[in-house]
Write a protein that binds this ligand. Sequence first.
Ligand SMILES: Cc1ncc(C[n+]2csc(CCOP(=O)(O)OP(=O)(O)O)c2C)c(N)n1
Length: 554
Amino acid sequence: MSEALAAFLASLGVEVAYGLGGGSIVPFCHALARSRVRVLHCRHESGAAFAALEESLAKDRTTVVFTTAGPGITNAITGLAAARVEGARVILVSGGTSPSQRERGASQETTAKTIPAGLLSDGPLFHYATTVEHPSQLPVVLRRLTVGARAAEGFVAHIHLPLSVQSATFEAQAFAEGVTLPGPAPSAEAIEAVANILTGETCAIWVGFGARTAVPLVRALAERRSMLVMCSPRAKGIFPEDHPLFAGTTGVGGHARAASSLKAARIERTLVLGSRLWECTSFWRPDLVPPGGFVHVDVNPAVFGAAYPGARTVGVQAEIGAFLSALLPRLPVWHGKRPALPPLPRPAPLEPLGEGAVRPRFLFEAIQRVVVESSDAAVLTEAGSAFVWGNNVLRFQEPGRYRSGLHFGSMGHATTGVVGAARARGKAAVAVVGDGSMLMLGEVSTAVRYGIPAVWVVLNDRRYGIVEHGMRASGYDPVETTLPDTDFVRIAQGLGALGEKVEREEELEAALRAALAAGGPFVLDVRVDPEERPPITSRVQSLEAQAAKESVSS
Ligand SMILES: Cc1ncc(C[n+]2csc(CCOP(=O)(O)OP(=O)(O)O)c2C)c(N)n1
């Protein structure tokens, strides 16, 4: 059984499995290590899941997470929930209790009666979950995995294997070949209707992460019709941020110019390509809804009208590439004039101060120069001040360079996901994370074990900075937000990684270059100024509006 499943996973294109072993998963682990799949042992199951999700998105392929029974599965939940929200393809294979030992107090007993509901069945966490009780189930399970792993929206599955099944004999059968699954294609009527709207009205484009497979087509559409383009934070780089038609990033840390340009250019309708328009992308701001509303294109029709139930919405269920390929030939080139956009404000670069802590904006400007513009490393920003600054200050000209898991928004995502991002690319990836996140979850030791060139840039402000700033901005006194002064260089060195402390702005660029050139794990402990508030006004307003609504309705 274990050998058959491992061989199948390899044939599905799985190259790597991240996880943590234990008694209940030994036969499968053993089989996996003898297959073509590379097995990486991590320090926490959620770290493994975050690494797997980043590997999956970096390479657009399915990755595996393996865990032991009981706590192995519950530990993995946060990373797997993030994988689902991010649209990654991740298959969890976990060990479980053999039938003869159930309900007898087996160690880490794992059945529907002993672990929280939803971990062994399809639902909000898993698109597909099953317990394999007998080898004869395998063909249908493999078929479900084959089909699921091709879903345009991502796929998170759980194959739960009681120990007795892992070592059972499986008579090889033909399975899981010959499934063809084209993504949803738009109808000719839908293309006709959208072509009429785009030629008859002044429209803008709002690009989301779902458009990442159609980068040249998005650009071709914008240039053909001279359309303004905004992007969600996760879509940064899908349309070049220095392009004259780029109006700005929306959502967390986004640019005020996005909304003001819609108004200045008298946009009548916005074409939304592969974005769910969730809070962290839109803050549900009314000034991002043009008078004619949206044409919304997505593989998932449930998103149409969901974030903005009051906005006029024409929904087109389609994969973005298929939609744009069909639409473009129907659109004549626009020869008219659009009202000129004011230039995207770029504050003059800060000069280094000779003394005092590093200003966060200065840090992100240095990351822009050294990491974004002078290397090809990917950048991941963590929940906290990091993703607010990153979305605001960093500018990307190509896709695949920026990751920010802001919708699920889990601390620890970038801190551990960077290991998968760096491994998948085979070169440096940089996680910009708070000291609180770095203390929550860490896979530095995993990167050391496998020589993975992950770089951590720690915004060391000795506090849960964004919580403190947010509470102050909403009129509360911060509650226990400070953290003890932590020396991340010594921690890194203790774990076997390289590390460097940056206390002055003038030391920063050289330290970043050294981290990128290290060729292995490197922790940069940057002493940042805790007083500089990240650009969080929209998030604070959104939280206040939600609190106000709840108290009115209760
Ligand atoms: C798992 C999880 N727990 C709690 C939160 C709420 N939260 C978001 S940011 C944050 C503080 C982050 O502090 P730190 O990592 O030090 O980053 P800073 O804002 O100081 O740069 C907290 C508690 C979260 N997003 N995820």
